[in-house]
Structure formats: structure tokens, C-alpha cells
Design a protein around this ligand. Structure first.
Ligand code: NDP
Ligand SMILES: CCCCC/C=C\CC(=O)/C=C/C=C/C=C\[C@@H](O)CCCC(=O)O
Length: 343
């Protein structure tokens, strides 16, 4: 006689209840709560080679806006990276209790076959939060490092301008530039962020939302202009910053967050004449271009962190159900440092 009671009892134990945030419809302008939908799902028992990971920390990033438009369809689970713990395993490379970082999306639990999507966080220092694998010791930190070294090739004594400077990428950009012996000018959207950046050692910082004139603020910060510009914001800010570049200046186009929420494309002064007259070099980049360097680069970043040369600040939102809130908060500039969700 088949023991249905035992079967269903065991079935519940092996089938994990997971939650996932899906994109209900594409964002039109600034994201709204109604653009997201929380789904519940039962995950199947593991097959050989698979692991079940449970999210500990999840990242919200600006790229999720543009990437959702180009990489996702309504109904897809929101893209994103998380730090997770292996809670069930049929893959000897990922023992239960190990920690991973992976592009699992906005999910509480994920079944993975252990391929490229997840990476073991082996030998992670006990005194360093795993969450930093989503920030300074992860994709944003690498973005800062590669933008400075590979794109700008910044040299000691040069003057760097960085906007969104109190954020995950910008705050690392400024600190690394200081380590490289540069003068660093940063902009951010609150007085608290300005104070934080001055504590980090930025030479000059201003609140772009409250200055009388952005042009004057840039001139006062560096009357002789800028050798390098690490652009996270684009739009009007960059239109004003470009004419203040020194001749042969270099611009790393990292992001354009001032434009992501626009329903209509922004138009502004065209850069060509300024670029010709000042013989500027402007280069867009994606952090994945140097993936082959990530292992050595992450070791360098971790060393600077442990030596106290790199400070990592996080803006923590608690609760998986608050992911849309954290994401929209990021786009509103509510975060100082790396925006993460602690489950
Ligand atoms: N090219 C690449 O490979 C990568 C690019 N990026 C880009 O780098 C930039 C920074 O990313 P990240 O550090 O993760 O994010 P941040 O942690 O810096 O958070 C975003 C910040 O952008 C600022 N911001 C938001 N909306 C606007 C606006 N309308 N105008 C001006 N500033 C705004 C806010 O700070 P504030 O208080 O200053 O307004 C906000 O805190 C983004 O543009 C992102 O797309 C990130 C990773 C990889
Ligand atoms: C496809 C349009 C790209 C527009 C670029 C906009 C912003 C730049 C930016 O923020 C880039 C971020 C890059 C992140 C890279 C790696 C990952 O952690 C995200 C991977 C997402 C994916 O590939 O699915």
C-alpha cells in the first residue's frame, strides 16, 4: 500500500518554497511598485550536479533599468547578483555551507548546476562581510578599478572629476585615485554625502543639487581644469563638465544614470566641437571587458580593504520583500555607498 502521507510529508521537506521578484511590465520613466510582482514557487528536488543556494545579500544596481529594457521580457525574474549560501548540494565542488556570489536574480532560493552563474567565495576573510562581494570587492569595485587603470590610465599628479561620487562605483573611484596620487573632485546629491567624501579624502566635493552654478562649482574646484573625468551620470552634468577638461583630457563613460528614467531621450549641447578643440579622448566601457583580470583585481581590492586603504560603505535595506523599494531608492539617490538588501 503506497504511503501517501509519508510521501507528501517528505515532498514538502525536499521541495523548497522560494520567492522571486518578476518584472510585470517594462519601466516607463521612473519605476513603480506596480512594475514588479512577487512570485512564490516550489523548487524541485536537486538532480545530480545541482546545488540549492539561499540568498543572504542581494544587490540593486542602476544597470537593472537599461538592462531590463534590452535583456528582459515582462514575466522574467529581475536580473541581479547575490551572495548566497549552499543549503543543499549534489555537486562536490559546492559543499553545503559554502558561500557563493552569483547572477541568480532577485530570488530567495536558486537551483544551479554550478556553472558560470555562481562562483565560490573561497578563503573569504572572517573579518570582511560577504556583502562586500557585491560592492567594492565585486562588480562595482572592479568597474572603478578598470575605469581608472584601463580606460583613463590615470597618472599621479593628475586631476580627476567623478560624479555620483558617494555611490558604489564613485566612492571607490575617488579612493583609488587618491591612492594613485591624484587630486580628486567629486559631486554628490546631499550634504551628508559631501561630508562622507571629505572624510574619505576627496580634495574637493560639492552638492550638485544645491550649488548656484555647476559651471562655477567645477571651476572653483579646479581652475586649471580636469585631466580625467569618470562619468557615472551623463546628461546635463557632462555637458557642463566637458568644456572644463584640459586639452588632451580623457573621459571614461561608465554610466548615464541621469538619463535612465527619461521617457524621451535627453538632448543637450553636442560634444563634437569641444572634443575637437580640446582634442579629448572619450571612451565608453563595460566592466566585463576585463573579466580575465578579475581574480587578480579582486585580490588587490581585498588587500587594500584589509590594509585600511579602501573604505567600503553600504546602504542596507532589510527584507527580500523590500527589493523594489531599495531599487527605487537607489534611483532617487537615497543610498550612500553600495545599495544592498540583507535577507
Ligand atoms: N560601465 C559599467 O560596466 C558599469 C557602469 N555602472 C554605472 O555606474 C554608475 C554608478 O553606479 P553605482 O555606483 O552602482 O550606483 P550608485 O551607488 O552610485 O547609486 C546611483 C547614484 O546615482 C545618483 N543619481 C541617481 N539619479 C541621478 C540623476 N538623475 N542625476 C544624477 N545623479 C543621479 C545618486 O547619487 P547622487 O546623490 O550623487 O545623486 C545615486 O545614489 C551608474 O551610471 C551605473 O549605470 C555601474 C557598474 C558597471
Ligand atoms: C544594454 C544597454 C547597456 C546600457 C549601459 C548602461 C549602464 C552601464 C552599466 O551600468 C553597466 C553595468 C554592467 C554590469 C555588468 C555586469 C553584471 O554584474 C550585470 C550582468 C547583467 C547581465 O549580463 O545579465
Amino acid at each position: 500500500m503506497f504511503d501517501f502521507k509519508n510521501f507528501f510529508n517528505n515532498l514538502d521537506k525536499t521541495m523548497v518554497q522560494a520567492k522571486a521578484w518578476v518584472l510585470k511590465q517594462h519601466f516607463e520613466g521612473f519605476p513603480k511598485y506596480s512594475d514588479f510582482e512577487l512570485k512564490h514557487e516550489q523548487l524541485p528536488e536537486l538532480s545530480d550536479g545541482e546545488v540549492l543556494v539561499e540568498a543572504m545579500f542581494l544587490s540593486v544596481d542602476p544597470y537593472m533599468w537599461p538592462f531590463s529594457r534590452f535583456r528582459m521580457q515582462p514575466g522574467d525574474v529581475m536580473i541581479g547578483t547575490q551572495v548566497a549560501k549552499v543549503i543543499q548540494s549534489k555537486n562536490p565542488e559546492f559543499p553545503v555551507g559554502s558561500h557563493v556570489v552569483g547572477q541568480c536574480g532577485w530570488r530567495t532560493h536558486t537551483v544551479s548546476d554550478g556553472t558560470s552563474l555562481i562562483r565560490l567565495l573561497n578563503d573569504w576573510p572572517l573579518n570582511v562581510s560577504f556583502s562586500h562581494a557585491l560592492g567594492a570587492i565585486g562588480m562595482p569595485g572592479l568597474t572603478a578599478l578598470y575605469g581608472l587603470e584601463e580606460v583613463l590610465a590615470i597618472k599621479p599628479g593628475e586631476t580627476l572629476l567623478v560624479n555620483a561620487a558617494a555611490g558604489a562605483v564613485g566612492s571607490v573611484v575617488g579612493q583609488l585615485a587618491k591612492l594613485k596620487g591624484c587630486k580628486v573632485v567629486g559631486s554628490a546629491g546631499s550634504d551628508a554625502k559631501v561630508a562622507y567624501l571629505k572624510e574619505l579624502g576627496f580634495d574637493h566635493v560639492f552638492n550638485y543639487k544645491t550649488v548656484q552654478s555647476l559651471e562655477e562649482a567645477l571651476k572653483q574646484a579646479s581652475p586649471e581644469g580636469y585631466d580625467c573625468y569618470f562619468d557615472n551620470v551623463g546628461g546635463h552634468f557632462s555637458s557642463v563638465a566637458l568644456p572644463q577638461m584640459k586639452c588632451f583630457g580623457r573621459i571614461a563613460v561608465c554610466g548615464g544614470i541621469s538619463t535612465y528614467n527619461n521617457k524621451e531621450p535627453q538632448t543637450g549641447p553636442y560634444p563634437q566641437l569641444t572634443m575637437i578643440m580640446k582634442q579629448l579622448h572619450m571612451e565608453g566601457f563595460l566592466v566585463g571587458r576585463w573579466e580575465h583580470k578579475n581574480q587578480e583585481s579582486l585580490k588587490r581590492m581585498l588587500t587594500w580593504l584589509q590594509e585600511g586603504k579602501l573604505k567600503c560603505t553600504e546602504h542596507v535595506t532589510t527584507g527580500f520583500d523590500n527589493m523594489p523599494t531599495a531599487f527605487m531608492g537607489l534611483l532617487h539617490g537615497e543610498n550612500m555607498g553600495k545599495a544592498i538588501i540583507k535577507v
